[in-house]
Design a protein around this ligand. Sequence first.
Ligand code: HPA
Length: 249
Amino acid sequence: VLMSELAIIGGTGLTRLECFVTERREVMHTPYGEPSGALTFGALCDRDVVFLARHGYGHTIPPHMVNYRANLWALKEQGVERVVAVCAVGGILGDLTPASIVIPDQIIDYTWSREHTFFESDLSKVTHIDFTEPYSTAMREALLAAAGEAGVAVMPHGTYGASQGPRLETAAEIDRMERDGCHMVGMTGMPEAALARELGLDYAVIAVSANAAAGRGDSAISMAMIEKNLADGMEKVRVILEQLVTTTC
Ligand code: HPA
């Protein structure tokens, strides 16, 4: 088997990586069920990488139905050690304009009723993971360095508010998140980050602003608006990822 140690999880707007040369796909079964799709093994800039589309390759799985446990378990089983997850977000702060990129460093979890741990039963085996710094410092630094080398402007810090979805938020919910200290809101950041930590994976997020969060822009938020802004943001993501694999794989 090809052991690729870096995985990229693509979110909304990134169901495939341009310039990625697919070598093979593998359908995996885990004790937690099926991942969002087959793992795609291949090369990005001649470096071995595994890719997985979080919402499925046809973008059919909503955020609250993603099998986050199966996705991360499958990657771990394939020998993956480092994960870069791409997440679309709404910008709560004014400077997080559409298509801008953030490498978040903190999370507040507002999700509920998701399968959020691998330690579900036997308390004697429960590990209370340290989650003070929810993202891997090494992975964040690698992403920031790659963005710097590639000349892509990114916000180097930020708090990711994870909402349950699939509906968007109310203006009051966004006001509360802002008071809590959130800079961005998205639906997939949790439990993915915590599950990655439970498995000992080095995990960090590239967040791409798709829209001004509810009550922050001049119009209602539409999927068409989100998709258009993400197309611009994903171009920057592609440049960062290519730089990352070139220097660290
Ligand atoms: N809210 C939650 N998730 C999102 C948003 C948003 O405004 N935009 C993209 N993902």
